[in-house]
Design a protein around this ligand. Structure first.
Ligand code: PHE
Length: 449
């Protein structure tokens, strides 16, 4: 008998734990900043509804129906087709690549948490604080230490199993994360930048929205829900048949979106209160925010809270990636859970070493267009592998998978959600694949935005 979540809450917190990650707290605020604030938020909400949500429901249906890991799922649903069986392998490979460098970036959040706890940003000049980032990434010893600590934590969580590991950890990580982000948002709304920050996030300035912004929203709706990595398929394989898919998917998408928006409301007012630029881009978290924390009231404590938030978000996402790999070893290779987790953690750890050394010993190695190892892997995975995976899953569910299976999963064997099924089936066949294809062709330079 396959092990199942102990209930709805366990599943939802784990899935939300995976979905809420650096994408919500770091990427969403900064791409919103660069694409006209509220107008981008609106487009993003539409993208979640017509693209992210349908693919999320498809993954939940596939995983719950097959009750096995990502490779086994496609094998059991379409045993005859070699091509479609290979989607499982694609998902597995992407997961492996992403986890290998995600562990390195997550390690940085641990280092910044440690720095915050030691009050290292106090009384420092802004340039000194901004320089700390460069110091960290060019120090190979520190990179090793933090990568090891982070992967060690993932190992402990995943090796303890679905109920004692994934559920128990997420039941602590997620509520803490929600509380911290709300405390930060409330604080931010009392600062002098509150009005400007809220206006910036919520006032739709359509003149700043470009076609590129729309494509970015579609791509992000997909990344932020952890799709095309086999995560939702694997997590849904531990789902009970009695749990309806649609309400679960709605809750996951809703909570994920709320966290992203509240993260923006927590960050922008603070940024505006000290007169800094909202469109600072990727450096926002590790360079700009610590400088701000060093100057505002209660800043050192906020900094600790903020980096706990980041570390928790990274941990619950990394756990979900490691679970995909572990479930594969358990289901397909018949390893026991401990052995499977240890094997995969070591494999990912070793594969992560080049990324960890990207800016120090291996800084001369450039893979894509002069980018370092870590940046190149991230670029390939998020711009190509994930959209290809998403496109294939949508086409697979809409055209290859037996319609009866899809219908039975979404409608609880024909009892509920019939209209939802019809809308979903249309979206998964026509809207999601077209949207994904446009994103992909634009990234490849074949379509011009
Ligand atoms: N959904 C995550 C986010 O928004 C993306 C992610 C999940 C990345 C799992 C890596 C691992 O950040």
């Amino acid at each position: 008998m396959r092990i199942h979540w102990s209930g709805r809450l366990g599943f939802i917190l784990a899935a939300v734990g995976s979905a809420v990650g650096l994408g919500n707290i770091w990427k969403f605020p900064f791409i919103t900043g660069m694409n006209g604030g509220g107008a981008f938020v609106l487009v993003y909400l539409v993208a979640i509804l017509i693209c992210g949500l349908p693919i999320l429901m498809a993954e939940l249906a596939i995983g719950r129906h097959s009750q096995c890991d990502v490779v086994g799922s496609f094998k059991s649903l379409t045993p005859k087709s070699k091509f479609w069986k290979s989607i499982g392998w694609l998902n597995l490979t992407v997961t492996f690549i992403i986890l290998s460098y995600y562990g390195v970036v997550a390690g940085w959040t641990l280092d910044y948490l440690f720095k915050s706890i030691c009050f290292s940003f106090n009384n420092q000049e802004p340039e000194m604080i901004a320089g700390m980032f460069g110091e960290l990434v060019t120090n190979p010893t520190k990179q090793f230490i933090w990568l090891t600590v982070f992967m060690g934590l993932c190992l402990i969580a995943v090796s303890s199993g679905v109920k004692k590991g994934l559920e128990r950890w997420n039941k602590v990580l997620m509520p803490t994360l929600f509380i911290i982000i709300f405390i930060m948002a409330i604080y931010a709304l009392t600062t002098s930048g509150a009005k400007e920050g809220v206006m910036f996030m919520l006032y739709p300035d359509f003149s700043k929205l470009t076609i590129n912004g729309v494509l970015e929203a579609i791509g992000h709706s997909f990344f932020t829900l952890s799709l095309a990595m086999g995560i939702m398929i694997t997590y849904a394989s531990y789902m009970d048949k009695n749990e309806p898919i649609f309400p679960m998917a709605i809750r996951i998408a809703f909570l994920d979106t709320i966290v992203a928006i509240v993260a923006g409301l927590a960050i922008f007012p603070i940024v505006f209160s000290v007169g800094m630029e909202p469109g600072a881009g990727p450096g926002l978290i590790f360079k700009t925010l610590p400088q701000i924390f060093a100057t505002i009231p209660f800043g050192s404590y906020l900094s600790i809270l903020f980096f706990i938030l980041m570390a928790f978000a990274a941990l619950s996402s990394a756990i979900s990636l490691l679970e995909v790999l572990t479930a594969f070893m358990i289901d397909e290779k018949k390893y026991d859970r401990k052995k499977a987790t240890i094997f995969m953690t070591i494999a990912v750890y070793v594969a992560g070493i080049p990324s960890a050394l990207s800016y120090s010993l291996l800084s001369d190695v450039k893979l894509l267009n002069g980018m370092e190892i870590l940046d190149s892997l991230d670029y390939i995975a998020s711009n190509y592998l994930l959209p290809i995976g998403g496109l294939l899953i949508a086409l697979y569910t809409g055209f290859i998978l037996d319609k009866k299976i899809a219908k039975a999963e979404i409608t609880d064997e024909g009892r509920n959600y019939l209209t939802i099924f019809n809308i979903w089936y249309f979206a998964i066949r026509y809207i999601a694949p077209v949207a994904m294809a446009i994103v992909l062709l634009t990234k490849m330079g074949i379509l011009k935005a």
